[in-house]
Write a protein that binds this ligand. Structure first.
Ligand SMILES: Nc1ncnc2c1ncn2[C@@H]1O[C@H](COP(=O)(O)OP(=O)(O)O)[C@@H](O)[C@H]1O
Ligand SMILES: [Mg+2]
Length: 606
């Protein structure tokens, strides 16, 4: 069954299955199997609505299958959560946590990455529940069993993270410490490192002042009744909460907070969206970039697929910690099933962070059989914008969205009697009027798009190149027409091939329009090889996608990809560009991307 990677670390690999269930595999670290067994055991004993339900456990392979609880975790959506929904989130989250305690367990790994949400096309829909019970233990148990010590700073209570506390008994107060800090982080925003440094600055005084203001803004008229919630957060941030003797007080505060939320916050998730940005010093915040990377994975791309793999390591090093990145990776084939039921588009990873996406590449190799003459580029572009009946790509709300298409072919439907470029060029320059022997008025909108694209891509838009591509297009169309005259049926304009999955292929023009207009994405294309029909198609996509086109020679794909991933942050981009030019003074692979970055910076200044 097809599965796509959601998360990868030395502790676990988490996949989303086609069935909608979640599969968690042990990681490379020794002991990760014990932690997975513990998770299976704890989940089997708990009976709570908003936590994963066990569907199966493979004892030998150590694979836990469970229900999916939410689409995104709080670390993904921290800045997309509407402020007015925070009281409801806290009510439900605290209630779930106290139910876990009521059933005799301490979760012991409460942090943004383990608090789940559902996200739809219009943003965060609701709080979904709690996941990751690998650290969970029965309450009031000594922490001396294997792998019981550990946690994540700055959320985990210090009595869990040191061997010193082996003899200490687990206590729900540990979770309330982590929950108070997690919710304080939600209210104050920023990355985990910035939250941590605020926490350690002047005893957290700046953070505490900020927290109070944001608590009032979120709770409004319920702020007075819900003071215990603020107290819990304030106490969890204070140095005295870190001690062993603070655990009882943490538990009391947590229970009081749960109780007052239950009484005072009523009804369901508010529809009013309102403010979503919690962050004060937003200029300090890392730029957010959500990338959908679509890689043509058919045989001819083999050397490039290897480069994408290498690029991921380098991208992680370049932007790691400096750009808040999420990557979806799709492998693209042609339409045919090849009898194996292969799909035209296979998602290999979703909303992956830098450390995860390296892992997703393992399942990618350019081994997809090719049976059809053109690749399913338009299917990929359609899936990229679709959110009904299912959303395939779910970028965050306040983020730069980029679709990057890497390939050496073109969409079905691209080859027609007249090249789509002909229409653009003639509108941009003015239609040739035979009788008057001069050009008519250009279409101002098309002219500006076309001129802008030529300005940004001078070396790819010379007259010679445009003419050569036009000739190649005609030749390809004639060839296809002759070859397929028998294969084309009355009511269709494309060739049917055996095992074809999509009798009604999407229209690539419409798909482009929607990716830009509805999904608010910029589309970049990277071409390789010598097929002029392909490069003219990929340029056309970049023109409508308001992005860049780059043609890469051997070894250059890495440069182009790194450039696009870094394009959201001018400083990182400039550093990278400088370094690249030192090592590869002759490369053209950054030309159009550099212009794009300069343009976007001046847009931001406006
Ligand atoms: N049952 C689930 N439903 C939805 N997403 C999940 C589920 N389990 C894990 N995830 C996602 O995968 C990520 C990692 O899983 P987790 O169980 O937290 O592993 P780890 O122990 O390595 O932190 C989570 O942060 C969450 O985004
Ligand atoms: Mg986790």
């Amino acid at each position: 069954m097809a599965k796509s990677l959601l998360h990868s670390s030395t502790m676990s690999d988490v996949y989303l299955l086609d069935s909608g269930e979640i599969e968690k595999h042990r990681g490379s670290r020794s002991g990760s199997e014990t932690i997975l067994e513990r998770e299976f055991s704890v989940l089997s004993q708990l009976n709570i609505e908003r936590i994963p339900e066990v569907r199966g456990f493979d004892e030998t392979a150590k694979i836990l299958t469970m229900s999916r609880v939410g689409t995104h975790d709080l670390s993904d959506v921290l800045h997309d959560v509407p402020l007015f929904t925070v009281p409801h989130i806290m009510r439900d989250f605290f209630s779930d946590l106290s139910t876990i305690h009521g059933q005799g367990f301490v979760h012991r790994d409460i942090k943004p990455g383990n608090v789940m949400f559902n996200v739809g096309p219009h943003g965060v829909i609701n709080y979904a529940g709690i996941v990751d019970f690998g650290m969970s233990l029965i309450s009031n148990r000594k922490q001396n069993e294997p792998l019981a010590i550990g946690g994540t700073e700055p959320y985990t209570h210090p009595t869990q993270s040191s061997k010193k506390f082996k003899e200490l008994r687990t206590q729900p107060g540990q979770d309330w410490f982590a929950a108070g800090r997690t919710m304080a982080h939600l209210l104050s925003g920023g990355s985990t490192p910035s939250f941590e440094s605020l926490l350690n600055k002047d005893g957290g005084s700046g953070l505490l002042t900020d927290l109070k203001l944001r608590f009032r803004a979120a709770f409004q008229s319920a702020a007075d009744e819900c003071q215990p919630v603020l107290k819990l957060m304030q106490f969890a941030l204070s140095p005295k909460a870190s001690g062993e003797d603070a655990l009882m007080e943490l538990l009391e505060l947590g229970m009081a907070a749960t109780e007052c939320l239950r009484e005072n916050i009523t009804g369901s998730w508010p529809h009013e969206r309102g403010l979503t940005s919690f962050q004060s010093g937003s200029s300090e915040r890392p730029k957010r970039h959500d990338v959908l990377l679509i890689v043509d994975n058919t045989g001819s791309m083999a050397p490039y697929v290897q480069q994408v793999k290498d690029a991921f390591d380098e991208i992680a090093n370049l932007v790691g910690g400096r750009v808040d990145l999420r990557v979806d990776l799709w492998s693209l084939g042609d339409y045919s099933t090849g009898g194996e039921g292969q799909q035209a588009v296979v998602p290999l990873g979703q909303r992956m962070r830098a450390d995860t996406f390296q892992e997703s590449m393992k399942s990618m190799d350019a081994s997809r059989d090719q049976y059809d003459e053109a690749e399913a580029y338009e299917v990929a572009l359609q899936l990229a914008y679709l959110h009904h009946p299912k959303e395939f790509w779910t970028p965050r709300q306040s983020t730069r969205r980029s679709i990057v298409l890497v390939g050496d072919a073109y969409a079905h439907g691209w080859l027609g009697k007249f090249s789509p470029w002909g229409e653009i060029v003639s509108k941009a320059r003015g239609r040739w009027d035979k009788n008057a022997e001069r050009r008519g008025e250009p279409d101002p909108k098309i002219k500006s798009i076309y001129d802008d694209f030529c300005r940004r891509h001078p070396h790819y838009m010379t007259l010679d190149i445009q003419n050569a591509e036009r000739d190649a297009y005609k030749e390809a169309f004639t060839e296809i027409q002759t070859r397929d005259s028998k294969g084309r049926t009355e009511d269709s304009s494309h060739v049917y091939v055996q095992g074809e999955l999509f009798p009604h292929r999407p229209n690539y023009k419409k798909a482009l329009e929607r990716c830009v207009g509805q999904k608010h994405a910029t589309i970049h294309t990277i071409g390789s090889g010598s097929n002029l029909v392909s490069s003219s198609f990929l340029k056309y996509v970049a023109l409508h996608g308001k992005g860049t086109y780059t043609h890469v020679g051997s070894g250059e794909l890495i440069i182009a990809l790194k450039g696009i991933f870094a394009s959201v942050d001018a400083k990182i981009f400039r550093e990278f560009e400088k370094e690249t030019m030192e090592h590869n003074p002759n490369t053209q692979a950054l030309n159009s991307i550099t212009t794009f970055v300069i343009d976007s910076m001046s847009d931001e200044d406006d």
